[in-house]
Design a protein around this ligand. Sequence first.
Ligand SMILES: [Zn+2]
Ligand SMILES: [Zn+2]
Length: 336
Amino acid sequence: MKAAVVKALGEPLVIEERPDPVPGPGQVRVRVEASGLCHTDIHAAHGDWPVQPAPPFVPGHEGVGIVEELGDGVAHLSVGQRVAVPWLGWACGHCEHCLTGWETLCEKQVNTGYGVDGGYAEKMLAHADFAQPVPDGIDPREAAPLTCAGVTTYKALKVAGVGPADLVAISGIGGLGHLAVQYGKIACATVAAIDISDEKLQLAADLGADILIDARKEDPAAVLQSHGGAHAALALAVNEETFATVFAGLRRGGKLVMVALPADGIIQIPVFSTVLGGTSVIGSIVGTRQDLAEVFQLHAAGRTRVIYETRPLTSVNESIDEVLKGTVKARIVFEM
Ligand SMILES: [Zn+2]
Ligand SMILES: [Zn+2]
């Protein structure tokens, strides 16, 4: 089987022929149909973050495909079933976080495409308990971006507690942002979309955004404040300056939810207005299995649209360049 492999951090990926992986106890082998390109895969391949993956490894945590072999002890999945293999590849199930509904914070978690080989391959292994069944009728190319971009923004809105009378700012309309806009509308909130691209702002408008803010021409904080300030802001752009900008656009009691992960990102927050304003700053990382099940359920019900462009896996390096240049409308999905 073919896989796109990071041989050395910061180097182009290499397409390699490998033997089919054999599922161990509790695992399944998945024949990958589609696999999304998330910015995290680029951070992984470049070794941008404090905890670096160890080459050689296969990135990708939006792999969707068909179960083709069951390891010992797997009873709840069957051969032929479609599953998604998300970032949360495994968690311990016994720690404080796992037991309180926060498996995404498990300190023993194993991350797909980072700690173990991921979805940039024709075949991959998954822990059966963390392989998420994809409901019938969902196109695997649409399921792929939902597996990270979808669940991550869905969860971020959940932790922000966004309600129907709220103004929510979505900073960065890309793979994540275009789904965040839709989850904001599903929550019946007023959605302000912020970007620096006419095309992406138009996409946000098409998906239901109520207020469009072009950060090249106007100060997002000032526009948000002219609407009374945002109840919540999701920082989705990989640019830490935008975090501070939307923070300044919050109303009293507002919540900044940090989602994007700029390498070495640090933001300065004014203590005085944070204290007096009762402002919250929250980090939000992907979502649980239940969150992902809800994301698929919403999509199966026709309530979300996934905007994507397909590429062959052999164009992985060119595709990464496209994402870094910001020329991709929403999400690139590799078709196997
Ligand atoms: Zn991701
Ligand atoms: Zn745990």
